[in-house]
Design a protein around this ligand. Structure first.
Ligand code: 6GU
Length: 247
């Protein structure tokens, strides 16, 4: 997969050289291209923002540098088109489902903004020709979209074939469609069997796979009820067995 990121802080993405994503890049699974937006600003101050029409606080990112920068990225491959992802707290929620959708794309272009956001005509311009998604990573406001891009690239990158050591670990994820859809994962344990007086639940040491699976599902249901009652309420009753319903 190719990922392009246009930002006034390309240095913000240094963490993409580390750990899982860094390894995926070394191994050629992920091809990341960073671009400095100011390279497409042509005044001496390399200005990328201006005051908002209609008044109000803050500054808005000018359309011209974004247009030139995005055109330059699109020109890198005449035979393919990226899916454009515009991080904004006013976007649609970024979910595991969306991460899986992005992981199936050959090319993503992220356009993280600072200030109050990008002049909306940029999204209109490219939205008429390409898929443009305005996406939020949660109900809080960041100082800019860069941290959101790090979050999304990590969530997408770990789903690419060959990135996770154990392909099953993505299948069992909280929120993954299937068995764990809308369920949070329960607690996990490793050796030693007793630590500071706390014991590992005996069932996990029993070797009884059926009972262990049942226990894990019960713990997942309990944790979901406690931490995310709205997810529990949204569970499809058809996916519940009679053991689930007793909890
Ligand atoms: Cl994508 N950007 C910003 N600036 N704030 C956010 C966000 C994105 N998602 C949640 N808060």
């Amino acid at each position: 997969m190719r990922i392009d990121i246009i930002s006034i802080f390309p240095e913000y993405f240094a963490p993409l050289g580390v750990s899982l994503i860094g390894k995926a890049r070394e191994r050629g699974i992920l091809d990341v291209h960073l671009h400095q937006l100011r390279d497409w600003a042509h005044d001496v101050h390399r200005t990328v923002d201006d005051t908002p029409y209609g008044g109000g606080p803050g500054m808005v990112m000018k359309p011209e540098p974004w247009g030139e920068a995005i055109d330059a990225v699109l020109a890198a491959d005449q035979d393919a088109r990226p899916r454009i992802i515009v991080p904004t707290p006013s976007g649609v929620p970024f979910t595991q489902r969306l991460a899986m959708e992005y992981a199936a794309e050959p090319w993503l272009l992220f356009t993280p903004a600072r200030y109050e956001g990008i002049d909306s005509r940029v999204m209109a311009e490219y939205g008429s020709r390409l898929r443009v998604d305005e996406v939020s990573i949660g109900d809080y406001v960041l100082a800019g979209g860069e941290a959101a891009v790090l979050v999304m690239v990590e969530a997408v990158g770990r789903l690419l074939p060959g990135v996770l050591g154990n392909a099953r670990s993505a299948v069992d994820d909280s929120f993954a469609p299937g068995e764990m859809e809308n369920l949070l994962e329960g607690p996990v344990y490793t050796k030693p069997p007793e630590w500071r007086g706390h014991e590992v639940p005996e069932i996990l040491l029993s070797g009884h796979h059926g009972k262990i699976a049942r226990w894990r599902r019960d713990e997942a249901l309990r944790r979901t009820a406690r931490n995310r009652a709205e997810l529990l309420a949204a569970l499809d009753p058809a996916t519940l067995d009679k053991h689930d319903r007793r909890l």
